[in-house]
Design a protein around this ligand. Structure first.
Ligand code: SF4
Length: 212
């Protein structure tokens, strides 16, 4: 294939510019483009919503999807989400996996140790409602929202990392509203469109037969 001719004055790729040449003007390079005027509240909200530190724990297979979300393909770190191994330095709890009655008290204890304002994402059908175990297992809790207040529900067994990112984006909206308006949304948000073959989040008044 013939080489594409270069425009007049352009250097072949990889060629260093001649000495004394000013670097090319890129958007954001100029000093007047590096100043952004805003309110302090807006600035703090911007920082807060872009630095959600989540508690590093998972209890079952949804945790694998959570790990995948942190891997190179989805790279959830680019949203400012950094896993922390101690609840005292985390402001987001992602409940990823089955929670048994025995475990639920520990989850609550971890949540109580987190910094305020703290947020909770329930990831997957098990955390939402007990999932495939909700009907037949005596040991599985039918929803972590009985122990901690959940802000975002992500249906699916398991939800894909895209659904988790969708939930995080909805949570960031909440964080912004809280920081700028002081409004803490209490109505849980359910990520729509996620695959939910096993017991996604059911309304509290759903008939028992719906949980199958
Ligand atoms: S929802 Fe499905 S994938 Fe997630 S922990 Fe429960 S059984 Fe595992």
């Amino acid at each position: 294939m013939a080489d594409t001719p270069l425009p007049p004055g352009a250097l072949p790729p990889g060629t260093p510019p001649p000495a004394g040449t000013a670097p090319p003007d890129r958007p954001g390079n100029r000093e007047d483009q590096q100043i952004h005027l805003t309110a302090v509240d807006e600035f703090l909200a911007w920082g807060k919503e872009n630095s959600l530190f989540y508690l590093l724990f998972a209890t079952a297979c949804c945790g694998i999807e959570l790990m995948q979300a942190g891997g190179p393909r989805y790279d959830i770190d680019r949203l400012g989400m950094i896993p922390r191994a101690t609840p005292r330095q985390a402001d987001l709890m992602i409940v990823a996996g089955t929670i048994t009655h025995k475990m639920a008290g520990r989850v609550r204890m971890l949540w109580e140790q987190m910094t305020e304002p703290r947020w909770v994402v329930s990831m997957g059908s098990c955390a939402n409602s007990g999932g495939p175990f909700s009907k037949w297992s005596y040991s599985v809790l039918n929803g972590i929202d009985k122990y901690v207040p959940v802000d975002i529900y992500i249906p699916g067994c398991p939800p894909r990392p895209e659904a988790l990112i969708d939930g995080v984006m909805a949570l960031r909206e909440r964080v912004r509203r809280y920081r700028t308006l002081g409004v803490r949304d209490r109505e849980p948000h359910v990520v729509a469109g996620a695959d939910a073959p096993f017991g996604c989040h059911f309304p509290k008044d759903a008939p028992p037969g719906a949980r199958s």
